[in-house]
Design a protein around this ligand. Sequence first.
Ligand SMILES: Cc1cc2nc3c(=O)[nH]c(=O)nc-3n(C[C@H](O)[C@H](O)[C@H](O)COP(=O)(O)OP(=O)(O)OC[C@H]3O[C@@H](n4cnc5c(N)ncnc54)[C@H](O)[C@@H]3O)c2cc1C
Length: 464
Amino acid sequence: MSAVWDKEVDVLVVGSGAGGMLSALVAAKNHADVLIVEKEKLWGGTSATSGAGIWIPASDQAAAAGFNDSVDDAFKYVRALSADNVPDENIRAYVGNAAKMLRWMGANTDIEYHAFPYPDYHAENPGGSPTGYRTHMPLPLDGRRLGKDVRTLRFASPAASLFGYLNWHFDETYILLFRAKGWPWHLAKSLMRYWFDWPFRFTSRKDRRLTLGNALAGGLRLALNEAKVPLWLNSGLEELIEADGQIAGAVIRRDGKAMRVRARKGVVLAAGGFDKNQAMRDAHAPLYPNALYSGGTSGNTGDAIRAGQALGADTMNLQSTWAAPVFYVPGEDRGRLCTIERALPGCMMVNQQGERYLNEAASYHIVGQQMARRQREHGDASPSWFVFDHTYRHSYPVGPVYPLVPDWAQNGMVKTIFKKGRTLGELAEQMGGRSGPAGGHGQPLQRQCRQGRGPRFPPRRCGL
Ligand SMILES: Cc1cc2nc3c(=O)[nH]c(=O)nc-3n(C[C@H](O)[C@H](O)[C@H](O)COP(=O)(O)OP(=O)(O)OC[C@H]3O[C@@H](n4cnc5c(N)ncnc54)[C@H](O)[C@@H]3O)c2cc1C
């Protein structure tokens, strides 16, 4: 092997999501010379677009909130939900170290996480917590502290920002969703804060009040900047370099030029999943066939997995996914996660036959899995229809459609998936079915509505 290197560091971290940035920070705090490489022109990965809710049993924050948790209960809970081939020690390592990780992050960054009374998704299982306090959410962070780096931080997901630009904190969801006392003032204040962020506002649409995944990514980058850890954008891992049976470094394509980077102590692969790689989905996770519908960001094409495999590394459970229903607006580069909408009164989900086939108020993961299975077995669930009535339409946001914003003001692509009818028959026709006595969508829809989940219109598509 040639010993010619273009750059040498102790630790090379591939990927600038939360996994990569936190690993880099730990290495830097342990006196390593670290470099982060990111394939895309934006940093933060899917992490920056996420809710950044982290599941940590028995945390200091939960104890401070009066929740008496136990690591053994958490183990029982995760064990029952995990595949049989996941070793006990992996689960023990997670539940035993999660709280320590959060404590470390609190001590070494300005990210502040709080425990929330958000029940476990399978709270009924042994070890589950119906009162919550295992889900932790970050508090907002002032993005102005990032200087120019805030411009290349990924935008929050359209599903986690108002009007596609206004970042919001977890707590604020309730204020706006249920129009709590003072909500118009709260909204006006947030909009004013956003629009009066001058002169930044003239050059960027980005909200510098960072929340959710933006707060997590922003806080990690802030700590990395303070620790003087460089992050190269437009720098993708191409292959790992092996020498004497060890990983010696990697080939990184930076701004189009291949560079050999030596990593004296190790390479951390934190390049996300393969959700945006259609061929890998077809090969490993055919139950979830459409890469476009994934809520993940464009860079996640499984490069690091393939780089490892090329050197003989093994993989495990590639078929297993974090599933969720999404609204897919044609032309967008990813699906918009459909979380809160499904559990609000006055809506239901139906398949292409107009039949309700799942409990739409279940956790997104369960609904996503059930959609996938239904699609595999019957071919009629992707896309499904999200059906709701007039009251619902003007009470709650549904994906990109906001209450109080009239139908005519929706963007053109949203209109292509947003159907409306004054009767169930009309609605069924809009959905592409037949409304006559022979059935089609109209009859199952009527049956479901009589059973009390009652839409009087209009539906939108809910894709997988
Ligand atoms: C809308 C939404 C909300 C979510 N909310 C939550 C939540 O609240 N809680 C939760 O636990 N999970 C949530 N998730 C899932 C969670 O965001 C991801 O599991 C997590 O962010 C993955 O982190 P990561 O660091 O492994 O990867 P990522 O954050 O995706 O980062 C990977 C990075 O690697 C880069 N990369 C890829 N290939 C290369 C290469 N060859 N060279 C260099 N860089 C490369 C990518 O461009 C990307 O920037 C959510 C997901 C979505 C879509």
